[in-house]
Design a protein. Structure first.
Ligand code: CMC
Length: 392
């Protein structure tokens, strides 16, 4: 065995071999199974792209129709899941609600027949079908309303917006939302996908796999950044304040939300597409008050931090698109989770094909052979600190 150096955050360390997606961070290229993200955004749909990611090739017309049919059929939630959700506090974060609900699915479909293709297909369909219903149901319930039942005559994206607002969405809005889902569906080995793979490697059920990935996506350094971007734009408040805000961040060495990426050193290709989607929405429904601030901030960051490779990532413009679609700020990350479920499931399936449990190692930095001291002889930490103060 060869020993390699410790790299914080596993930077640059391969943890798997994968044929699902490819990123070239220097040239701003993202491909799913070899297809460019630009082409998929333009010609494909989220469900077709999910099929591609999970089963490895684009579906035929019949295969896609069957997949879409299965997903429509499984969109509803068991009433016990809805009852469980009614007990959640309205003030709780929707990502926590989603994590609990995803894990709860395992109570109902708990067989771990991981070598049975029918079980795998069922789990894929159930998770893709029910996660949007859970997100929309929590939104309705926390407002004191009954959840809106899914509608079989609406496609995946339109149905989600319908369940969220109890109103059939404008076709352009539904199409743009579908593209957003495609853009967020997969992104090589990021933190939540790695989390899904580690959980998958123990051969636990797929609901546990997705629940652990949801928990990882929630953090502000990962999926939670899209929500933070809007809070930041709110705080900046006007174009005149952009430079001062940036000065302050640079001086305090704090991160500017929606910028920077472990892999991309140029503008994230998804951010380019999202910005153009935002502009299409603004043309039809009016400009978002924060858009000009966002563009000014992007320009200022490029001038000051561009040489360090700090450019907008996927989270920078997505929030502005979601706001225009009537999605509340704290649902941005759950919406990311709806999309990324496709990628997590693709990696779950890939992991099962050649599984070995993840069991990395560490570089131990603690003490060794410490003699055990009886409790009555031990000083408290406070006592020790006091003693150090007294003795200087
Ligand atoms: N604002 C200012 N400086 C930054 C930023 C930023 N957003 N991101 C990185 N840097 C600087 C950082 O200060 C460091 O500079 P120096 O070398 O002088 O100390 C250098 O760039 C490398 O940063 P790092 O934190 O070591 O990079 P990382 O690869 O560990 O972190 C990141 C990547 C995405 C966590 C980080 O860029 C960040 O915290 N960005 C803000 C949060 C964000 O937008 N997250 C969404 C990520 S993309 C989608 C997703 O994963 O969900």
């Amino acid at each position: 065995m060869t020993f390699c150096e410790y790299r914080p955050g596993l930077e640059g360390i391969p943890v798997t071999q994968s044929s699902i997606s490819f990123v070239d961070g220097q040239r701003g290229i993202l491909e799913y199974r070899g297809y460019s993200i630009e082409e998929l955004a333009q010609y494909s749909t989220f469900l077709e792209t999910s099929y591609l990611l999970i089963w490895g090739s684009l579906p035929s017309k019949d295969e896609l129709a069957e997949f879409e049919h299965e997903i429509r059929y499984h969109r509803r939630l068991k009433y016990r899941i809805r009852d469980m959700m009614k007990c959640f506090p309205e003030s709780g974060h929707p990502m926590d609600a989603l994590q609990a609900c995803a894990a709860a699915l395992g109570l109902f479909y708990s067989r771990r027949a991981l070598d049975n293709p029918v079980y795998i297909r069922d789990a894929v369909v159930r998770l893709l079908a029910k996660i949007p219903t859970m997100v929309a149901a929590f939104q309705m319930m926390r407002k004191g309303n009954d959840p809106v039942q899914p509608r079989d005559d609406l496609n995946y994206a339109a149905n989600f917006l319908y369940m969220l607002n109890e109103r059939e969405p404008d076709p352009l809005a539904a199409r743009i939302f579908d593209i957003c889902l495609t853009l967020h569906a997969e992104h090589t080995i990021n933190a939540s996908t790695f989390s899904a793979m580690v959980t998958a490697s123990t051969l636990t059920d797929p609901y546990g796999v997705v629940a652990s990935a949801v928990g990882t996506l929630a953090g502000p350094l990962h999926g939670g950044a899209n929500e933070e971007v809007i809070l930041m734009l709110e705080e900046i408040g006007s174009i005149e304040n952009v430079e001062a805000y940036l000065d302050d961040c640079i001086q305090k060495k704090s991160k500017i939300m929606g910028f920077g990426h472990r892999v991309y050193k140029v503008k994230d290709p998804r951010a380019i597409i999202l910005q153009s989607l935002a502009e299409q929405l603004f043309e039809k429904f009016g400009k978002d008050e924060y858009y000009d601030i966002a563009v000014a901030l992007e320009h200022a960051v490029e001038v000051r931090l561009g040489t360090k490779g700090i450019y907008p990532n996927v989270d920078f413009y997505s929030g502005l698109v979601y706001r225009k679609l009537g999605i509340p700020t704290d649902l941005f990350t759950p919406v990311f989770a709806i999309a990324r479920t496709a990628g997590w499931l693709a990696h779950w399936k890939e992991q099962l094909n050649e599984n070995r449990i993840f069991r990395p190692t560490q570089i131990y930095t603690g003490s060794r052979g410490t003699p055990y001291e009886p409790i009555e002889k031990r000083d408290s930490v406070e006592d020790q600190e006091l003693m150090e103060l007294v003795t200087g």
